[in-house]
Design a protein around this ligand. Structure first.
Ligand SMILES: [Zn+2]
Length: 75
């Protein structure tokens, strides 16, 4: 018997969206059904949540740039 943890078969791992908890299907589709607790899970981001997170990040970056520019303009 091996005393080291064995690598997990990727087919046994379910990808769950970190934001909306949708489950990624084998064909790359994201569904609302929750993964059974016994199944190993990893986290990803579904396309819908990715678009929202990306838009928020871009807005935040624009705000930071604007703030930095206004800080520099007073020097
Ligand atoms: Zn999502």
């Amino acid at each position: 018997m091996c005393k080291y943890p064995q690598p997990t078969n990727p087919k046994q791992v379910v990808t769950v969206c970190a934001y909306c908890h949708k489950q990624k299907g084998r064909r790359g589709d994201w569904q609302n059904n929750r993964a059974p607790h016994a199944q190993k899970q990893t986290h990803g981001v579904c396309p819908k949540c990715y678009a929202v997170a990306r838009a928020r990040l871009l807005l935040e970056l624009a705000e930071m740039k604007r703030h930095r520019m206004s800080t520099f303009s007073t020097i």
